[in-house]
Design a protein around this ligand. Structure first.
Ligand SMILES: [Zn+2]
Ligand SMILES: [Zn+2]
Length: 294
């Protein structure tokens, strides 16, 4: 038995599959075919949706380790069949860890993908997952992995993201301000903070996936105080925050500037907290994001 059937009553499951699969059957049509009232079908459907929306932990609990690298390197059938960008592929988010997805010429399946301690774990209700080799992801899981990497959007218009199963994600992020990448000719690139970042000696130490400790030399030659700086990508944007006075007042400071300076010179790795990637220089889509939002 799969987790979806476990979570839902048979009537809820039937209504949910019929009315919420990609290319969904309208409630009215399903009610007519099953000789039930629209109200009854609608109630089953709504309660099923609510249960699935709250069931992220249930999906996380049954997820097992998956190895995408091996799949990619072997150019396996699943990896090649994955089609996150195909116009006929439908990806609908059920909750933080699970999606309903349909590949071109395939049936709709429920698949869950998440990260736990830096490694991927997944689950799918398709036969490819149930009968495949252990740790070998099916085409649906490969679609989610590739889709998250390529920043595809779900049917709801949100960016497809693979979330961490642990609570660490919340504590690390949701802080900081979105910092736009500096464009050539921007006034602030000539600011005092920027100049100091270029001239000063710096000690940089990574603290965790999202934070660096930054120590900058002063004009006088001695070291300033150490500041802890959030500098990481989340939700497709660079987020930064420093505990110094300058950042508090101006949302910008020499400590953040020095991280930028190193990053554009490929002297710093910056984590994408959603995709679990490290970028050794600013990715092109950061600049695209900036143009779209400004
Ligand atoms: Zn599958
Ligand atoms: Zn600062």
């Amino acid at each position: 038995m799969t987790v979806v059937e476990d979570l839902l009553s048979p009537a809820q499951y039937e209504a949910w599959r019929a009315c919420r699969a990609p290319g969904e059957m309208p409630v009215r049509m399903f009610a007519r075919e099953t000789e039930r009232s629209e109200g009854t079908v609608g109630n089953h459907l709504r309660r099923a949706e609510d249960k699935l929306a709250e069931a992220a932990d249930d999906f996380a609990a049954i997820a097992e380790p998956v190895d995408f690298l091996e799949e990619r390197d072997a150019r396996s059938t699943s990896w090649e069949r994955a089609a996150p960008m195909a116009p006929d592929t439908e990806i609908r988010k059920l909750n933080r860890h699970a999606w309903l997805l349909q590949l071109p010429d395939g049936s709709p399946h429920v698949a869950a993908l998440l990260r736990r301690q830096g490694a991927y774990q997944g689950w799918c209700d398709c036969n490819g997952w149930e009968y495949g080799d252990a740790s070998s992801p099916c085409a649906h899981l490969c679609t989610l992995r590739q889709g998250a990497f390529a920043h595809v959007e779900t049917a709801e218009g949100e960016r497809l993201q693979v979330a961490d199963a642990s609570a660490a994600r919340e504590s690390v992020t949701d802080g900081g301000k979105i910092v736009a990448p500096p464009a050539r000719g921007d006034g602030w690139t000539l600011s005092g903070a920027w100049q100091r970042a270029q001239r000063a000696d710096a000690h940089l130490g990574p603290v965790d996936a999202a934070h660096f400790d930054v120590l900058l030399s002063r004009e006088s030659g001695d070291w300033g105080s150490r500041h802890r700086v959030l500098f990481a990508i989340q939700n497709g944007a660079l987020r930064a925050e420093c505990d110094c006075k300058s950042f508090t007042h101006r949302d910008w400071c020499a400590h953040v500037a020095v991280l930028w300076w190193r990053w554009v010179r490929e002297q710093l790795g910056v984590r994408d907290l959603d995709a679990d990637d490290t970028h050794l220089s600013p990715p092109w889509w950061l600049a695209v994001h900036d143009q779209e939002t400004s």
